[in-house]
Design a protein around this ligand. Structure first.
Ligand SMILES: Nc1ncnc2c1ncn2[C@@H]1O[C@H](COP(=O)(O)OP(=O)(O)O)[C@@H](O)[C@H]1O
Ligand SMILES: [Mg+2]
Length: 292
C-alpha cells in the first residue's frame, strides 16, 4: 500500500502507511492565536519531532505510547523533502476527543481565572498566589478538542463523560505522572515546564500516549535562571512571536503580518535552544539519531 495523505493540521501532515501505521510529519509552519503565519521557522518541525522522541523514549516506562520509528531507512517516501528528523512512524490510535492539560504553575488563562475567582477550571487554589507561582501540586484541566476554532475548558466530570470514566482515569493518571517526571527532569537542565497538553488514544483496547509530547508548541517552557514570579515569564515557546505580532497591533484575524527575517531567526534560535536545554544534547545530535 502506498502512503495516503489523510490529514493536514495546523503544523502536521498525516499519512496512513498501512492499516495500523501513521506517518506524522511536522512541518516548519508556525501558528499563533490559531492562525498559521505566512513565514516558516527553519528547523522547527525537526525540533518538535526531536523533543517528542526524547520524551517518548525516556518516559516509555510510565505509559505506553505510539512511537514506532524515526529512523531514516524506515520512512516511506511521501514527496516531502528533508523528511528524516521531522517524521515519526506511529501506531494508529483512535484519539480520545479531550486535551489533557496539566498545569504546574499559574499562567495564562489559569492566572486570569484565579485572579477573578480563586479557582482554575474548578480546582480551588490557596489564596495569595501570584502570577507564575508554582502550584501546591500539578492539576489536570481538560479541554475539548475543537475541530474548528478554540478549545474549550471543561470539568473533569464532563471529560470523563465524553471519554468514558475508565479511559479518562487512566489517561489522567498517565498525564500527571508524565508531567511530574518531565518537569523534574527539565528543571535539572534549567527549564521550567509551566504547563503542557497531552493527547491519548485507544490502541488494542489500551490507552496510549499519542501526538507531540512536551514541545514548545504544546507547553510553556520558561528559563529557570530568569524565573521571577509576580509577572509573566519570558519563554522558549511561541510567546516571543506572539509578543512581536501584538506589537504590530494585529487583531488576530487572517491575514497575519509578515515576520521580518530577524524575528524568524530569533524564533528559530529559541526552538533550537529548547531542544538543547531539554535533551542536554547539541542540536546536531538529532540528525545523528535519525540517520544512525
Ligand atoms: N498515534 C496517533 N493516532 C491517531 N491520531 C494521531 C496520533 N498521533 C497524533 N494524532 C492526531 O494527529 C493530529 C496532529 O496534527 P496537528 O497538526 O498537531 O493538528 P492540530 O492542528 O489539530 O493540532 C492531531 O489531530 C492528533 O490528534
Ligand atoms: Mg497539534
Amino acid at each position: 500500500m502506498n502512503p495516503v495523505h489523510v490529514g493536514s493540521g495546523k503544523v502536521r501532515e498525516i499519512y496512513r502507511v498501512d492499516e495500523g501505521t501513521l506517518l506524522l510529519v511536522a512541518t516548519d509552519r508556525i501558528s499563533a492565536y490559531d492562525v498559521v503565519l505566512t513565514q516558516d521557522i527553519p528547523d522547527k518541525g525537526k525540533v518538535l519531532t526531536g523533543l517528542t522522541h526524547h520524551w517518548l523514549t525516556t518516559m516509555s516506562s510510565i505509559c505506553p505510547n505510539h512511537l514506532i520509528s524515526v529512523a531514516a531507512p524506515d520512512l516511506p517516501d511521501v514527496g516531502i523533502p528533508d523528511l528524516p528528523g521531522r517524521a515519526m512512524l506511529c501506531k494508529a490510535a483512535e484519539p480520545l476527543p479531550i486535551e489533557f492539560v496539566v498545569r504546574g504553575y499559574l499562567s495564562g488563562s489559569g492566572w486570569r481565572e484565579y485572579k477573578r475567582d480563586g479557582t482554575v477550571c474548578g480546582h480551588r487554589l490557596p489564596a495569595g498566589l501570584t502570577e507564575s507561582d508554582e502550584l501546591p501540586e500539578p492539576i489536570l484541566t481538560p479541554s475539548t478538542k475543537a475541530v474548528e476554532g478554540h478549545d474549550e475548558n471543561i470539568t473533569e466530570e464532563e471529560a470523563a463523560d465524553i471519554a468514558g470514566k475508565d479511559r479518562y482515569d487512566a489517561a489522567k493518571g498517565y498525564a500527571l505522572a508524565l508531567y511530574t517526571t518531565a518537569a523534574e527532569n527539565a528543571r535539572e537542565r534549567g527549564v521550567i515546564i509551566a504547563d503542557t497538553k497531552f493527547e491519548f488514544g485507544m490502541h488494542d483496547d489500551e490507552v496510549i500516549l499519542i501526538d507531540e509530547v512536551l514541545t514548545p508548541d504544546s507547553s510553556r517552557f520558561w528559563p529557570l535562571d530568569e524565573y521571577a514570579p509576580g509577572t509573566g515569564q519570558p519563554s522558549f515557546d511561541k510567546q516571543y512571536v506572539r509578543d512581536w505580532l501584538d506589537s504590530t497591533g494585529w487583531d488576530h484575524s487572517p491575514p497575519p503580518p509578515d515576520l521580518p527575517p530577524d524575528v524568524v531567526d530569533a524564533t528559530r534560535s529559541r526552538y533550537v535552544e529548547a531542544y538543547e536545554r531539554v535533551t542536554g544534547n547539541p542540536w546536531a545530535h538529532w540528525s545523528s539519531v535519525v540517520t544512525r
